[in-house]
Structures are given as C-alpha cells and as structure tokens.
Ligand binder design. Structure first.
Ligand SMILES: Nc1ncnc2c1ncn2[C@@H]1O[C@H](COP(=O)(O)OP(=O)(O)OP(=O)(O)O)[C@@H](O)[C@H]1O
Length: 267
C-alpha cells in the first residue's frame, strides 16, 4: 500500500441477512495512527461492520481494503498475515474460562508462531503488564477477575501479536465511570506509545470526547459523517442532533471542555 492510503478503505459496502439490509452503499476511510470512534443506534450494524473488515463477514457487495489488500479476495496466506496485524477486543471479552490470563494470552501467541514455551510465558507477562494488569493477575482465571480486569486481560490478548490496528467493540461497556476513564487513558497511551490505529465502537460519549480523533456516525445503513467532533456535533441530521445535543451529549461536551481547560498548556 502507498504511504497515504488509508489503512482501511471501504466503498459501497452492502451487508444483508436474508431480507434485512444492514449496510447499503457504506463508505469509510480509517487513517493510520488515528483513534476513530464508531457510533450508531443499537442494531445499526456497528459490529457487523467490524466483522466485515476483519474478514468474518460475507458482504453482498462493495470493497473493503485492509492495508491496501482487498479482504474478500485475499489468499489464505495473506489472510493469516493480515489477521496477525489486527488485534480484536470483542464485546464480551471472549476469554477461555478454563485458562488463566497468561494462558489466554499465550494461546494467541502460539496460534501463529512456534515459540519456546518459556519465551511465550515471558511475552504473555509483558502483554499483561502493557494492558495495565498487576502481574499476579497472570495466574488467575477469568472468573476470579473484576469486569475491568477481564477487559484488560482481553486487551492483553488482543495485543499479543503486536497488531497495527486494534479493533475494540464497546470496551467500556459495563465498567464504572472511574474504570471506564482509566481504560480510555490506557487506549490513548497504547496508541501514542505503540503507534496503533484504533477502530473503536462505543456508546460512551465520554470516550468519544476524551480519546477519539474522529467520529463516524452509522445510521440509515451508511456512514452519515466521519469527522472531528466539532464537525460531527453540528451535522444536520436528527439522529446526530439527538445524540450529541441531548442531555448526555451536552454533559460529555462540558466535561471535555472543563478537562481540557484544566490541562497544562501543550496537552
Ligand atoms: N449473523 C447474523 N445473522 C442474522 N442477522 C444478524 C447477524 N449478525 C447481525 N445481524 C443483525 O444485523 C443488525 C446489526 O447488528 P449489529 O450487531 O452489527 O448491531 P450493533 O450496531 O453492533 O448493535 P449494538 O449497539 O446493540 O451492539 C441487527 O439487526 C442484527 O440482528
């Protein structure tokens, strides 16, 4: 792919299940290194979009290019290579309940590589630390962790193969506000330090205002607008206006304004 080509480029995407059309003529670009937040009503097709991008769906029409490669027509070898460059945190975390946190991360490491078990264990501990978990979490089972720790364990697993893109499906859902804010900061830190591109599905307005560079609105089967928040907030559409100018949207705007006003200059 060329330097200025988006890491994800979607054109004319159509997804449907039987008679139900979920996406129609959907276009979206995701730029290298950005955190893009994807919002839309429940059932608008955000998760289906994510699954299509990573090759888990079967679009009826359109083009999805990931790292410059057409997803639908990729060879198996190329698909494996692309999979390694995509870390995915699914909505429910999807950890293996019978494996410890370290073993969950190790599974992801050994899926694609034949590595010495001792090195696998050390790498797993590194990813666990990167996800902000204490090292004693490594030997715990998912059932022994809090909701926030489960998210971090799943994040550690999605970072296992040093991905270029991190796909997060509602990462802060179910977390208390303090846990959610800490998770947002972790994503921001990871993006800044590892240079990740982050595709983030969320209903969390605070997340949008705190860490997203751009926001894409999925409604009426397509992306209505994908731009910085100040542009999206004023976009002339009833759903967008309800979402961003409703009481929760305005509260998130105020919180973001207060927080940026209290930051030292240069932040
Ligand atoms: N495998 C499938 N078979 C049939 N219908 C599906 C399938 N997957 C998703 N759908 C339908 O596609 C629509 C979009 O689902 P999707 O999960 O992408 O919504 P969403 O925007 O992520 O919603 P939420 O915010 O509630 O998670 C829904 O109506 C859903 O029932």
């Amino acid at each position: 792919m060329t330097g200025d080509e988006p890491v994800i480029r979607i054109r004319g995407l159509r997804n449907q299940f039987g008679e139900q059309v979920v996406h129609e003529n959907l276009d979206l670009d995701v730029r290298r290194g950005e955190i893009i937040g994807v919002v839309g009503g429940s059932g608008s097709g955000k998760s289906v979009l994510l699954r299509s991008i990573i090759g888990l769906g079967h679009p009826a029409a359109g083009s999805i290019r990931l790292f410059g490669e057409e997803v639908a027509t990729m060879s198996d070898a190329k698909r494996g290579m692309i999979e390694r460059r995509c870390g995915v945190l699914f909505q429910n975390g999807a950890l293996f309940s019978s494996l410890t946190v370290a073993e969950n991360v190790a599974v992801a490491l050994t899926e694609h590589h034949d590595i010495d078990p001792d090195i696998v264990h050390r790498l797993a501990l590194l990813k666990i630390a990167l996800a902000g978990l204490p090292l004693d979490a490594a030997d715990k089972f998912p059932s022994q962790l809090s909701g926030g720790m489960v998210k971090r364990a799943a994040l550690a697993r999605s970072l296992a193969l040093d991905p270029d893109i991190l796909f997060l499906d509602e990462p802060t859902a179910g977390l208390d506000p303090i846990g959610a804010a800490a998770f947002d900061q972790l994503i921001l830190t990871l993006r800044n330090s590892l240079g990740l591109t982050v595709f983030l599905i969320t209903h969390d307005l605070d997340t949008l205002y705190t860490i997203c560079d751009r926001v894409a609105v999925l409604a009426r089967k397509r992306i209505l607008v994908a731009d910085s928040l100040d542009v999206v907030e004023t976009f002339d559409d009833p759903w967008v206006q309800d979402y961003f100018q409703g009481p929760r949207g305005r509260a998130a705007q105020r919180a973001a304004a207060t927080s940026s006003a209290s930051q030292p200059q240069g932040h």
